[in-house]
Design a protein around this ligand. Sequence first.
Ligand code: PA5
Length: 426
Amino acid sequence: MTITCNVSPASFLVSEGEIHAAIHRQSSLIAAVQRGEAQYSGSLGWLDVKTQNIEELVRVAKHVQSVAEVMIVIGIGGSNRGAVAAIEVLKRTSTSPTTLYFAGDTLSPTRLADALEVLKTKSVVLNVIAKDFNTVEPGITFRMLRSAMQAKYGCAYAERIIVTGSEGSGQLHELAQKHGYTYLPFPSDIGGRFSVLSPVGLFPLAVAGVDIQNLLDGAYTMQQRIRTGQDENNPAILYAVLRSLMRKKGIILESLVTFEPDLQHFTRWWIQLFAETEGKTDQVLFPVGFSYSEDLHAVGQYVQQGPRILMETFLDLHYNLDNLHIEASKEVVDGFAYLDDKPFSLLNKTVYQAALQAHAHDGVPCIELKSDSALDTESLGGLFYFFLFCAYLSARLLGVNPFDQEGVEQYKRNMYAELGKSGYTK
Ligand code: PA5
């Protein structure tokens, strides 16, 4: 899959000349990011896609498929959003006997009760995922579901627990060794939001029947495309540099707009990736996302004629479903005869163009990320890698550390203090 970044609808605000001058100015930093900077080597395990061995993941996934109707995936933030996003897109092609159920990303008792009900009524396996097994949401959800598993399966419950975590004291690896759970590594050099193409995201997807090798192949193709060369056609460099210039021109928000509703969780993954990676300076775009056409009838008016604070990134990526045609209506005159005999997919492509033109015409800086392939496993892998790399580069252009999240850690510490964890004070 190739992505093209079309910046011309936004050229009234940021010209192509300005983008190319900025690329030239920043060329040594960009080249260092393409190689992977030594100072971040402890967080760049995701940058080289090809060094993965997925055999063990596939073997464990096959076993899960043979014993469970449902795998409950417990995790939060970077530990679950990638799998949630991917499964929403790829669920239709899955033939797996095992479906995924996501838990542990909220402290809502209602959601916990829902998960307990699933556990009671289905044959279940748990996959708990945490880089640092201290976060309350997944930690306490695991405790509650684990007790229910013990009650349901007796001593054999341990065979139905798979942990994806770090090594070290108090971490999931230690728990796995103590209780005989199956252990999968959360790579030490990959942080949560960069983990979708590691065992963190790949294992649940393998259980759900996704061809994870295909996903990785798509990511690798993208890696080859964007980690070499700084020519004006490198879409990742164009996109990241343009984002940094937009903020300097007074734009505050970037809205990712998609035209396949199945990409809504992908958009949430993208929001988390950019917000946590870059949100460490006031010079940063706040990432938001909308699903059109639906949201054209909710926020479209504001976007088009409200304050000029927002840039729009149109994602031109669709499923390949061209065989649905609109038949002429023989009995009812309904006012839609002008659509007779057209492929239904043409409508989605038309609303894309219509919204882009209307918004750009009214002065919204719009850009397009255009895929040359349909939305499928391979292109999704490419898209994940594209944005992972762009988030890293974009954060470095801002001058921030892409791989920490001190603000989030502070709220976690407040929780620990409030709830009486030893070593934490209010
Ligand atoms: O992207 C990140 O690093 C974070 O969003 C983490 O994934 C999130 O805080 C959950 O962390 P953990 O899996 O260690 O509980």
